[in-house]
Design a protein around this ligand. Structure first.
Ligand code: SF4
Ligand code: SF4
Ligand code: SF4
Length: 267
């Protein structure tokens, strides 16, 4: 089988520097890479679209970033809806034909991830190409991966079976793939964007308590001991009700549908 192209993005390593977005602009603005893609407009489209989320409440807060290119789905709605203008290559890359797609503005709505942008001037829908023009020219990764200073974006050219092993070893996940579109973009540490944390601090007589044993009742996650500041943090939690246990006693019960700073728990 032809080697497949996959992108893997580690959410915990992305700092929203936007190098990937700028590299994509640099590669595709004022450059026509026909027949792969026409040039990308200067403003508007974000073929690499970095989504942002803030979790928690001050001062126990964090920010996380989810870089989102076209997911190059195996069962792509854009291919299904516009079979004459969108192709899925043997290596997994999904490409919109820049000539045949002229005037097909409805294609923008066919992508559940919002990855297709309308180029008003050229009168065509456009999206990330996985920089197929570079890969076909011998590059082993696209411009965005090449430009990422933290190594958050990695690119693989491997057999499908080999990638399945990588997926399992690195605990990679697809983003919002309940419908089984089987993307070729996977995420590591996706919990940073999709799940919640419960954080707080333990006090005694107004002082931080270091080394207090904290756990969540009925949750498999290992217990923690509070740090120098008396703080604890349980992450990767689903929405639900949790009881915080401190030094063996139930201390507080909370119901969450987002990350929560519970404040201080007085012993
Ligand atoms: S270049 Fe890397 S670290 Fe910077 S925004 Fe893109 S993915 Fe994140
Ligand atoms: S992410 Fe959207 S544009 Fe990309 S292949 Fe899937 S459906 Fe098509
Ligand atoms: S793979 Fe190429 S086209 Fe896609 S987001 Fe990265 S730089 Fe842009």
């Amino acid at each position: 089988m032809t080697q497949q192209r996959y992108m893997v993005i580690d959410v915990s390593l992305c700092h929203d520097c936007n190098n990937c977005f700028i590299a994509c602009k640099d590669e595709h603005f004022m450059n026509k890479w026909l027949p792969y893609a026409d040039e990308q407009p200067r403003h508007g489209p974000r073929w690499m679209n970095i989504q942002r989320k803030e979790r928690g409440q001050f001062p126990r807060i964090d920010c996380c970033f989810l870089p989102m290119p076209c997911q190059h789905c195996e069962n792509a709605p854009c291919v299904k809806d516009f079979p004459d203008c969108v192709v899925k290559r043997e290596d997994g890359i999904v490409l919109i034909d820049p000539v045949k797609s002229k005037g097909k503005k409805a294609m923008v709505d066919s992508c559940p991830h919002g990855a297709i942008y309308w180029n008003e001037e050229a009168n065509i829908p456009q999206k990330c190409t996985f920089c197929a023009h570079l890969l076909d020219d011998g590059w082993n990764m696209p411009r965005c991966a090449h430009s990422c200073p933290t190594g958050a974006i990695r690119f693989y050219n491997v057999e499908k079976a080999e990638f399945e092993k990588i997926k399992a070893e690195q605990k990679l996940e697809a983003y919002k793939d309940e419908a089984g579109r089987n993307p070729h973009v996977f995420y590591k540490n996706l919990y940073r964007y999709e799940k919640h944390f419960i954080a707080g601090g333990i006090l005694k007589n107004g002082d931080c308590v270091e080394g207090a044993a904290v756990s969540l009742k009925g949750v498999a996650a290992p217990g923690q001991t509070t740090n120098y500041f008396g703080d604890f943090k349980f992450d990767a939690l689903d929405s639900g009700t949790y009881t915080i246990v401190v030094n063996g006693k139930d201390a507080m019960t909370v119901t969450i549908d987002a990350s929560l700073n519970v404040g201080s728990i007085e012993l």
